[in-house]
Structure formats: C-alpha cells, structure tokens
Design a protein. Structure first.
Length: 132
C-alpha cells in the first residue's frame, strides 16, 4: 500500500505548486523580498563586477524553469546581455515550471554562473516572489 502513496503525494505537490502560481496571489519562497535593494537587471548585466557578492533585489520575466529539480529560473535577457538565473541548492526552494512568463522578484547575492564560454551570472536568493 505504501508504494501507492508516494506517486499520489508527488502528484498532489505538483498540482499545489501549479495552482499556487496560477492563483491571484503572489507566491513567496524564503524570507521577505527587499524592495529597497531593487536594482534594474540591465544595470547589473551592464556592470556585473560592481554587484558581485553583494545582496541585491532583481525583477525579471521568467524565461525558463529547471524541469528536473525545480532549482533555478532563468530570466529573459536580450541577445547582447549575459544569461541570468536565480539558483538555489536542490530542494531549498522548488520553483514551479508553470511560472514561465510570469514576473518574479528575488533578493540574494550575485555570483558568477560557472561554466560556459560567455559570461553568465546568477543570484543565490534568500527570498523570491512570483507574481500571478
């Protein structure tokens, strides 16, 4: 009987995540987003060295979400800007795939995004809010 509970629990969790992002209320992960630290993503990407290892808040449109562990969200950027994502340790926050296309705010520390041939950056968040 226990073998049946696990798939049901996983399906219930996935449904709850999808419904919460589709709801009329913002979905919050972690602590409170610090709006007073809001810096335009374009400013960060234009001069990332000024913001590395500093706590900032960013706003962006979610272009992609990790479909395996739900541990990152990539924000939309122009073709001339470096890639930018919000990245947590697996399981710290679980971002729903249904958040694609929505606006998100995240407060955290800016870090280089390892790997790749071109510069990329990531925010390791302490707080994230996904708007409905």
């Amino acid at each position: 009987m226990n073998w049946f509970i696990t798939p049901i629990a996983a399906a219930s969790f996935a449904l709850a995540c999808a419904q919460s992002v589709m709801a009329a209320e913002p979905v919050q992960f972690g602590g409170e987003v610090q709006q007073e630290k809001l810096v335009a993503l374009s400013s960060i990407l234009a001069a990332p060295a000024q913001y590395l290892e500093q706590e900032v808040t960013v706003q962006g449109t979610i272009a992609a979400v990790c479909e395996k562990m739900h541990c990152w969200m990539r924000f939309e950027t122009t073709e001339h800007q470096p890639s930018f994502r919000i990245k947590v340790r697996d399981g710290d926050m679980v971002f729903p795939v249904s958040a694609k296309g929505k606006t998100a705010y995240a407060t955290g520390t800016l870090q280089p995004w390892p790997g790749g041939d071109t510069p990329r950056y990531q925010l390791v968040p302490t707080a994230v809010v996904i708007e409905p």
